[in-house]
Design a protein around this ligand. Sequence first.
Ligand SMILES: Cc1cc2nc3c(=O)[nH]c(=O)nc-3n(C[C@H](O)[C@H](O)[C@H](O)COP(=O)(O)OP(=O)(O)OC[C@H]3O[C@@H](n4cnc5c(N)ncnc54)[C@H](O)[C@@H]3O)c2cc1C
Length: 315
Amino acid sequence: MSVDVLVVGAGISGIAAAQRCADAGLRVRVLDRGRRIGGRLAARTAEGHSVDLGAPYCTVSDDRFRAVAERWIERGLLREWTDTFQVGGPGGLGEAKSGPMRYGAPAGMRSLVEDLARGLAVEQRVVGPIGSGAEVDGEPARVVVLAMPGPQAERLLRDHQAELAAAADQPYGAGIAVVGRFAERTWPEFDAAFVSDLPIRWLADDGRSHGDGAPVLVAHTTQEFGAAHLDDPDAAIAPALDAMRLVLDTALEPETVFAHRWTFAQPTAGRERTFLLDPETGIGLCGDGWSERSRVEAAWLSGDDLGTAIVERLA
Ligand SMILES: Cc1cc2nc3c(=O)[nH]c(=O)nc-3n(C[C@H](O)[C@H](O)[C@H](O)COP(=O)(O)OP(=O)(O)OC[C@H]3O[C@@H](n4cnc5c(N)ncnc54)[C@H](O)[C@@H]3O)c2cc1C
């Protein structure tokens, strides 16, 4: 039986779009190439602790997303982490800076996407180039959604949909997450720091964001350093550890350490509109690139807005 909506991409934006369509009674299928869903909210579990490899937290400002976040909070999937991060650099940790409340996920940010996806039909598949209309690998649908970074959508569209491919394309920066697990906490108490003048731009105490106290630190490289190490992410480990030592002014010796590569970590420029739904082909585009600033919340809103537009189109 053919479906109404085929969603390619099971990150938070694709799942939000799929959920909105399914809630309206449309037949929906979601395809993702990953072994697990969640996209850039990936997490890896070791010794009972789930480490966030992509977004370590989310912020909440829109009322629609707040309603979703509150349900997660009630059920213990999301928790208030902190509204204060420090700045850091080669000279160590500096002043504390207050901002919006940051929410962490005790079981990893991926658990939020898995929760949203409950009841949806999700299939593991690497999708190839899209044809001249709304179809995926030869399978037609009334609407096809590409919920992924712009450069990935561009690749799927460029053979048969040049105009849409151009609309999808967008510059993205790269990044590498370096995760170290330690025997114990030997560093000064902090939640996270925005880092300058080093190969890393962000350093967080993952045990504090998850609330389980696991002795795990996560650093994200700068875009430039990440791009230079995409071919060999393990080569980023030693410089990232050196940078962590400087920021925390501590002789860190991890028990285990690994690097995770993000070829398309976050867009370097935003957009004003939150999605695109091409009236002629029935192809829709959403994701964190369809927002002024790449955020978990913005990706959810983009998918939810596209889902609403699809429901209106197919009503
Ligand atoms: C290192 C890092 C740090 C971040 N920090 C923060 C933060 O602190 N706060 C915050 O709010 N946000 C942060 N973000 C951004 C946040 O993670 C993203 O905005 C959000 O997760 C994007 O979701 P998405 O659904 O748009 O895309 P994605 O999560 O990338 O989902 C796209 C999906 O499409 C699938 N896909 C792609 N091509 C194909 C294909 N051909 N066939 C099948 N499937 C395909 C992929 O497997 C993936 O699952 C961070 C991101 C990174 C990488």
